[in-house]
Design a protein around this ligand. Structure first.
Ligand code: ZN
Length: 121
């Protein structure tokens, strides 16, 4: 499936647009030149069946969308069930960084959702 907002299976997806697969250059550059990092609280309950991810931002919310999107909600839920602590959203690279331990970080490619944050959030 190559529709930009289609739900697909992470293991067979070959799409590189935001929300789909992480490209190795994207991963490498995101470590070299990270840009802003936004701390977010995420649990598997924040991931909806359509791939939308509700963001709970710690700190200023200006410029932060209410939701992000990923192509394989089941996989992200599984990762978040294993995950402890904060995640980081890296808007410059369309990545969520889930730190697994002191050395390993899982990168999940996410797209900003078009809906603006609801007032009062
Ligand atoms: Zn995909």
């Amino acid at each position: 499936m190559t529709h930009p907002r289609g739900i697909c299976d992470h293991d067979t997806c070959d799409t590189r647009t935001p929300g789909h697969q992480v490209h190795w250059i994207q991963a490498r550059n995101s470590a070299k030149d990270p840009g802003p990092l936004v701390d977010v609280l995420l649990s598997s309950h924040d991931v909806r069946d359509d791939g939308r991810i509700a963001l709970h931002v710690l700190g200023p919310t200006r410029g932060v969308p209410a939701t992000l999107w990923t192509h394989d909600p089941g996989r992200l839920r599984g990762l978040l069930r294993e995950h402890r602590g904060l995640a980081q959203w890296q808007p410059r690279w369309n990545l969520l960084r889930l730190r697994r331990d002191t050395v390993a970080t899982t990168l999940v490619c996410v797209a900003p959702d078009a809906e603006p944050a609801a007032p009062g959030r």
